[in-house]
Design a protein around this ligand. Structure first.
Ligand code: FAD
Length: 278
């Protein structure tokens, strides 16, 4: 493995026992072949979703893996966040991915914390240096941002509030990431910004999700995926070529690691990993 680089994987909390079994199988395969530094577990707004993140963290810890739960401003007040932090400390969790969170479909919004920087500040105030705090970065800009400059200023505020490192939204334009890193260097933000990597395994889902989160699928990729829409094997093979090449170029350009959005599946991530020759 490339010394000093951090490779990690993301899971979402499954809804069913069968989904949990699938996730744990994916985790076993990733542990055997890749040994990620940690698994992050996404967070949905609302009480039951909060518990599902915690439940997934518990299942993963039984596999002797380092886990980084995501924690967000959505639907939790100060007291609920404090309680959650205590539960994570009790479980030996030392890394958090700290976010504002997606706005849920029922429109329920933020509570005591309006933006991720406020939550980072609160976690630092309450728990000192206990947690390594990751935040989100957007090389292609967050969809709600007023301007590129203000989006970057808001990113900066999260680092100034005490974040240790960042994971990006996924992207397929390497120049967007390199430009973001240039901006960090100019602003003397000396923290690792790890590219988020979305393997390509499906056309419609990727387009829908990318439109929502503001990730651009370049025309040459989109057109080829469209052509392979009903040819799963060719689409998968093309996706592997594109994403492996992206990962290799990112690492060549000095990216401090890679964070794979696995969607609870190991196959594409492991094939990319194998091709990267670690
Ligand atoms: C690595 C990663 C993991 C993610 N995991 C999850 C998850 O588990 N659950 C989930 O719901 N979502 C998740 N998301 C999505 C994320 O929650 C959304 O993109 C959300 O809309 C923004 O979250 P943030 O932490 O980037 O917010 P912020 O940094 O708060 O930014 C949100 C928007 O507000 C603006 N802004 C920021 N601070 C201020 C301020 N002080 N004043 C005015 N405007 C401001 C920013 O420019 C941006 O447009 C994840 C995203 C990434 C990249």
């Amino acid at each position: 493995m490339d010394a000093g680089k951090i490779f990690s994987c993301e899971f979402f909390p499954p809804n069913t026992a069968a989904g949990m079994e699938k996730l744990l199988n994916a985790c076993t395969e990733l542990n055997e072949n890749m040994q990620p530094a940690f698994y992050s577990v996404t967070f949905g707004a609302g009480g039951s979703n909060r518990d599902r993140t915690l439940d997934t963290v518990d299942h993963l810890r039984e596999q002797n893996t380092a886990v980084a739960p995501h924690i967000s401003c959505m639907g939790s007040d100060r007291g609920q966040i404090k309680e959650l932090l205590e539960r994570y400390i009790d479980r030996g969790v030392t890394r958090l991915v700290t976010l504002r969170g997606d706005i849920p479909e029922d429109g329920a919004g933020t509570n005591d914390f309006k933006h991720a920087n406020e939550l980072v500040e609160y976690i630092r105030d309450e728990t000192g240096d206990h947690f390594h705090i990751e935040v989100a970065a957007y090389p292609e800009y967050h969809p709600e941002s007023a301007s590129p400059a203000s989006d970057f200023e808001h990113f900066k505020r999260k680092i100034e509030a005490g974040a240790d490192s960042a994971i990006t939204q996924y992207f397929y334009n390497i120049d967007a990431y390199l430009h973001f890193i240039d901006n960090c260097n100019h602003a003397s933000l000396d923290i690792p910004v790890v590219p988020g990597i979305m393997p390509i395994t499906n056309y419609k889902g990727l387009v829908r999700f990318s439109d929502n989160c503001g990730a651009e699928i370049p025309r040459w990729i989109r057109k080829q995926l469209e052509a392979y829409e009903n040819d799963t094997d060719s689409l998968f093979a093309f996706g592997l070529d594109v994403v492996t090449d992206l990962c290799a170029r990112l690492l060549d350009h000095g990216a401090p690691g890679l964070h794979f959005y696995t969607l609870n599946q190991s196959r594409a991530t492991l094939e990319i990993w194998r091709r990267l020759n670690f």
